[in-house]
Design a protein around this ligand. Structure first.
Ligand SMILES: Cc1cc2nc3c(=O)[nH]c(=O)nc-3n(C[C@H](O)[C@H](O)[C@H](O)COP(=O)(O)OP(=O)(O)OC[C@H]3O[C@@H](n4cnc5c(N)ncnc54)[C@H](O)[C@@H]3O)c2cc1C
Length: 408
């Protein structure tokens, strides 16, 4: 296993770095963040403008074929780009679902017409997409989806509720998983659709989080009509389409967990005073920082292992579940240590303490969410147990019976 860039990747990294130096501002401090002080509309406009700039240079969707607006590069090049971009002050997150999972799914399963209509505007940042899978009774087990899609003529009539839909309040379109056949077993009666988020009957309600940032939503769907031409993939194949969406998340691994929490903790521990001395001199603090370092380094190594697989054109294996399992927990415990370093002031909102405290406090508050989003800790452990360690799978009694009989 070779963790270094291949010669081609090294050339691409240098090219990307040059381009970013010209088109963006390099981050001067670790705690610097794009868009502080911008309201939602201004941030959205800046994010769209940055996306258009990237699209014009071919960096909006690096692995996509040129005829679809990409660069025709490898997934490894995409990860290289993300690693370099993370060093610059650019708007983040708005297009994470659009380009990370929703549009790749449209690219994979869409009809030529669906691709022609949807890919280019999303790449340029004109359209934002979201992912409507989870429901109040369907999260870890998406086979429980109860949102109903009934065929009426050449349309589908949708009724149901989705929840935890990231970015739905900004989204123009979404990919929607719904049940079209209640007599099939749970995973077999599902179909995927492209939903126009502005269609009559779509009611998006923002859920404000503990971080006080708007992130996700409840989405109520009442008699929403979707043309059959907006069905994504064959009827009854929604499970397969959904699995390919979730697979895309593995390719974003380089972006998410190669942060610099350890360095931030060292900085904060040098600044914080405990008993008249810098906190960095305290044995417990040093042990906590060492723990953060070990976890971060371990996660980085697994990410590099995934990168190495991607470089060879192979999909990263199920061991990538450990990245999220360990990484999300490391963020949470590292964030908790940072809050402790603040002493009594750790209880004060980070915005009142200074920018350098904001990031770790956000990590601490959003840590529990990170351990749930995209598959909970327990689901990651199941993956590692069954697919890495070869332990027997969970006993399932609901796999082969009609979904209708499972409804309580
Ligand atoms: C920040 C964030 C963003 C999100 N964004 C989106 C989005 O954009 N679109 C979307 O569709 N969803 C989104 N989600 C939803 C997310 O995918 C679900 O929350 C997640 O899959 C867990 O589902 P649940 O909340 O229904 O919990 P449940 O599945 O009900 O789980 C409850 C508890 O039971 C445990 N559990 C469940 N099954 C098992 C099992 N088989 N073995 C052991 N333990 C088990 C879980 O680990 C958990 O502790 C988001 C969630 C978060 C936190």
């Amino acid at each position: 296993m070779d963790f270094n860039d291949t010669p081609d990747e090294a050339v691409f990294r240098a090219q990307v770095r040059d381009w970013l130096e010209t088109h963006a501002t390099r981050r001067q401090r670790r705690d610097e963040k794009f868009g502080d002080g911008l309201d939602r509309e201004a941030y959205l406009a800046a994010a769209k403008a940055w996306q258009a700039t990237k699209a014009a240079a071919g960096y909006a969707a690096i692995p996509w074929p040129k005829e679809m607006g990409g660069l025709g590069g490898s997934p490894a090049m995409q990860v290289v780009y993300a690693q370099e971009e993370a060093k610059f002050l650019v708007p983040g997150l708005i297009f994470e679902v659009s380009l990370g999972t929703a549009l790749p799914t449209v690219a994979m399963w869409g009809t030529p017409e669906q691709k022609a209509r949807n890919l280019a505007p999303a790449l340029k940042g004109d359209h934002i997409w979201c992912q409507l899978f989870s429901e109040p009774a369907a999260g870890s087990d998406l086979g429980n989806v109860r949102t109903r899609a009934e065929k009426v003529g050449d349309e589908w009539v949708i009724n149901g509720q989705k929840v935890w839909t990231s970015g739905a309040h900004n989204a123009d379109y979404g990919i929607l998983l719904a049940r079209t056949d209640w007599d099939q077993p749970k995973a077999k009666g599902l179909t995927m659709f492209i939903l126009d988020m502005k269609a009559p009957g779509v009611d998006v309600r923002l859920i404000r989080q503990a971080t006080d940032e708007p992130h996700f939503n409840e989405v109520f769907l009442t008699d929403v009509r979707i043309a059959d031409s907006a069905r994504l993939g064959p009827e009854g194949q929604g499970w397969k389409v959904m699995l390919s969406t979730l697979m895309q998340e593995r390719f974003s691994l380089g972006e998410n967990f190669s942060g610099d929490l350890y360095d931030q903790l060292v900085d904060l521990a040098k600044q914080a005073q405990w008993g008249g001395r810098p906190a960095i001199e305290d044995r417990c603090v040093r042990a906590g920082i060492a723990d953060a370092y070990i976890r971060q380094f371990g996660v980085d190594l697994i990410v590099r292992r995934g990168m190495s697989a991607i470089s060879k054109g192979v999909s990263p294996g199920p061991e990538m579940a450990a990245v999220k399992l360990i990484g999300a927990r490391a963020f949470q415990t590292g964030g908790a240590l940072a809050v402790e370093l603040g002493g009594a002031e750790g209880l004060i909102a980070a915005s009142d303490l200074g920018q350098q405290w904001r990031m770790p406090q956000m990590l601490w508050i959003s840590g529990p969410g990170a351990r749930i989003a995209g598959g909970t800790d327990e689901i990651q452990k199941n993956t590692i147990a069954e697919r890495v360690l070869g332990l027997p799978g969970e006993i399932r009694t609901d796999r082969d019976v009609p979904f209708r009989t499972l409804e309580g």
